[in-house]
Design a protein. Structure first.
Ligand code: NAD
Ligand code: UD1
Length: 338
């Protein structure tokens, strides 16, 4: 049985990936400082899988306490989700983002080197493509970022590329996620944002549950099918499975690999809104608002490389994603509570 250390494993994507890893018989250790997550997630993981993973409440920026995990356990691979991810906040508090995202990762790489752990999956983002020259976007596209959050992702990618260049026995996957939404079909784990959601799906679900009055649609004059922004939404359980497939690849001594993880299909804001109404069975009021600064018209992935090299292909469609997001929100109107 291989042991996987999952940093940020209590968070949205991390918790779904932990479930998938346990289902595939991996032994899982979670490290998370609970900055953006809740301890109840551990209990929910147990209800879904029958297993409670070992959990360390540790900040990955705290080298000494982080090191204890490597001393106490024999780790085969690390999946590194831990990080801050709010684009708007990163513009206002750039140092917070550089400190947290870069130092945690530097500590991690140093400890992996010290304890001879050779396999790493890193959570990158489609944000590294900035405003792409065309869609669909493949992994060879130019990289340029437009905000501090995105810059931390690109800096970490660069750091890992440099590290892999001289450490040929280090296996590392840079996974560029598109827009994860949805939740585990049990409705026990899901996305649980603090405060006013920045992203589209959690905003829609909060309108549906009665926490927000209406959805503001940021612009309907983009060059897209109906004028609203087009994105590549991927079910979080498909994304989670992508990590398990990636680990199989790393264990063949892959060296450095980079994959887009999306569905390859673009969906507009209005299309997602309509699909959600179908899933919940009632109307979701919306108003057209001005464009949001920094937004682009279309962003969706070409996922051929992930399909060819790791057999990754998203299974769930937009209707499934809306159904599962709604099921999660309906069962947990106030997020994680006992
Ligand atoms: P999340 O906030 O739900 O999960 C991140 C987890 O990391 C949280 O539980 C948080 O408490 C923890 N964490 C943060 N800093 C830490 C630190 N220094 N030490 C220990 N734990 C720490 O976010 P998510 O949506 O699950 O995203 C996971 C990763 O995927 C992030 O790196 C994010 O940037 C990346 N990503 C997310 C999206 C998305 O749309 N959700 C898209 C692209 C990339
Ligand atoms: C955002 C981040 C991106 C990050 C990604 C996943 C920005 C500018 N980009 O991408 O870096 O990797 O999340 O976490 O924040 N929309 C509305 N109303 C809303 C919210 C969103 O109309 O209340 C629209 C947006 O204009 C966009 C689409 O919905 O067209 C998706 O937005 P969002 O969910 O925030 O994701 P991205 O902008 O793709």
């Amino acid at each position: 049985m291989k042991t996987i250390l999952v940093t940020g494993g209590m968070g949205y994507i991390g918790s779904h990936t932990v479930v998938e890893l346990i289902n595939k018989n991996y032994d899982v250790i979670i490290v998370d400082n609970l900055y953006n997550s809740n301890k109840i997630v551990l209990k929910r993981i147990n209800i879904i899988t029958g297993v409670t993973p070992k959990f360390y409440e540790v900040d990955c920026c705290d080298y000494n306490n982080f090191e204890k995990i490597f001393k106490e356990n024999k780790i085969d691979a690390v999946i590194h989700f831990a990080g801050l991810k709010a684009v708007g906040e990163s513009v206002n508090l750039p140092l917070k983002y550089y400190q947290n995202n870069l130092i945690s990762t530097l500590n991690l790489i140093d400890l992996m080197n010290k304890y001879n752990v050779k396999n790493l999956v890193f959570s990158s983002s489609a944000t590294v493509y900035g405003a792409p020259k065309s869609v669909p976007i493949d992994e060879t596209f130019d990289l340029h970022v437009t905000n501090p959050y995105g810059r931390t992702k690109l800096m970490i990618e660069d750091m890992l590329r440099d590290y892999c260049f001289v450490n040929k026995d280090f296996n590392c996957a840079l996974l560029r996620y598109f827009n994860p939404i949805g939740a585990h079909k049990s409705g026990l784990i899901g996305e649980n944002p603090n405060g006013i959601p920045n992203n589209l799906m959690p905003y829609i679900t909060q309108v549906a549950i009665g926490k927000r009055e209406f959805l503001g649609i940021f612009g309907n004059d983009y060059n897209t099918v109906d004028g609203t922004g087009v994105r590549d939404y991927i079910h979080v359980c498909d994304l989670a499975l992508g990590h398990v497939l990636t680990l199989d690849k790393l264990f063949t001594n892959s060296g450095l690999v980079t994959y887009n993880l999306g569905t390859g299909k673009g969906t507009s804001v209005l299309e997602l809104h309509d699909a959600f109404e179908k899933a919940c069975g009632f109307k979701i009021p919306y108003k057209i608002m001005p464009r949001r600064a920094g937004d682009i018209d279309s962003c969706y992935a070409n996922c051929d490389k992930a399909y060819k090299e790791i057999g990754f292909k998203a299974q769930y469609n937009i209707d499934d994603m809306c159904k599962d997001s709604w099921n999660w929100q309906k069962n947990n109107p106030d997020g994680y509570t006992e």
